[in-house]
Design a protein around this ligand. Sequence first.
Ligand code: ADP
Length: 274
Amino acid sequence: MQIVTKDLEYVYQKGTPFEKRALFHINVTIPSHSYTAVIGHTGSGKSTLLQHLNGLLQPTGGEIRIGDLTVTSEKKGKGLKGIRQKVGIVFQFPEHQLFEETVEKDICFGPMNFGATEEEARQQAKTALKLVGLSEELLNKSPFDLSGGQMRRVAIAGVLAMNPDILVLDEPTAGLDPRGRTEIMEMFYQLYQEKGISIVLVTHSMEEASKYADSIIIMHKGTVYKKGTPKEIFSSPAELIDLGLDVPESVRFQLKLEDKIGKEIAEPSLSIDE
Ligand code: ADP
């Protein structure tokens, strides 16, 4: 399933004295079976854009085409329920949304809400738990007796149990230790490669964006500042630093080195031999 935005605009609290324009003329395509990273400074509009991808927010201008469905400011609502099943969103700290007494009930909640029978939902819960690398033995436990990492996986399983075509992830590794981060990122990559699920990842980590995504969108002040492959985006890291992005020290060091070498070529200094 493909998502295309055309001049998409979004204004919070439109028509009130508090109105705030969060997105301006966004034109992006999320192709079928793709891995896209969305990066940008806090407040650049990443979350607002994400919430349009499954119809949680609807444009105040322009349009978004999600599969066969076109959503505009005039044409809202119809067909959105189906879209919410096809495009799953994993919000930051998704484990905060766990609430049922058992892991199984929690994972079954979504599918049953979308018309699955109890038996079907249970089957989906088992499959989803396997996809996130957890054992079936956890199904009857309380989610609140699990470790933080396990809770996050259960919450993700709840989204996967809906069988989405696209998984939208808002900082899915926030708060995890380095090992937990790698494990979760590898798990999503496997879902992309082996299950054909498209991934849209919002991240502050340039390493995650460059390592896993096929294409990167840089958001800046509510606009798409740049889009391209990781190679294209990271070929000008100085630009990323100017945008206030958290470019890793290794890349900064390389830049300093290149800068230094450039200067040395331009103004040769005396060598020891001389
Ligand atoms: P990001 O995810 O990149 O941090 P957001 O999409 O959350 O950015 O925010 C984009 C802009 O919209 C920011 O200026 C933010 O303050 C504003 N904004 C976000 N949510 C609301 C809201 N519910 N009401 C008013 N303004 C909002």
